[in-house]
Unconditional design. Sequence first.
Length: 239
Amino acid sequence: MVDAAVPLRAATSVIRQETLETYKEPLRPWTRRVLLATVVFFHVGAGYALTQIEPARLVVGDTAPMEVSFVAPPAPPPPEPETPPPELESMIEPPLPDLPPPSFPVQAPPPKPKPPPPTPRQATPQPAPPSAAPPAPAPPAQQAGPKTVSDAQVGYLTRPSPIYPIRAKRAGDQGTVMVKVLVDPTGRPSQVVLQKSSGHPELDDSALSSLRAARFRPFVDAGAVQAVWVICPIGFALQ
């Protein structure tokens, strides 16, 4: 153990000696001030020298000014008057003077001849007027319109079903309404006319409305279907 410690101590002493040799003492304060003053003086002197240097001057030669003047063009000569050649002047003849308008003699119109005096006319016999023509035969009498039949002669396909008005029931109104209906060849009522009133408008309106909705059998006369007037009685009675 004692032999191993001796080399360790020797190595430690060697490292300490090398450290002391490499260490240098720092600059002193007055040395630093001298170095700083030297650097400042150098910079100030360099700036002052730069300000004393004059730049090279650019010499520009003087040039004479240029003068410009406008010269007006010469005026054109006046046009010469055109004169016809002497040969054409001898050929041109002066115009003839205007002639006066011709005069025509005015003749008076001949006098009109007088009409001859009227001669007396002789009375001429006039022919007798023709006798009146015989009257034309009267056309055959045409049928004035559809004839009127009863509802039993036609018959119903859809019978009328009048509605008894409630107000008429409460008032005790009753009666018979006679209605005239024009039935066309198809059996439809084309016109519905009130022929005789029951004395109560509500009953009359109900009868007319029921017959407008009814349908009849077409009326056949001599093998032909015809339109006819049908008299339809509609009765309202309280039970």
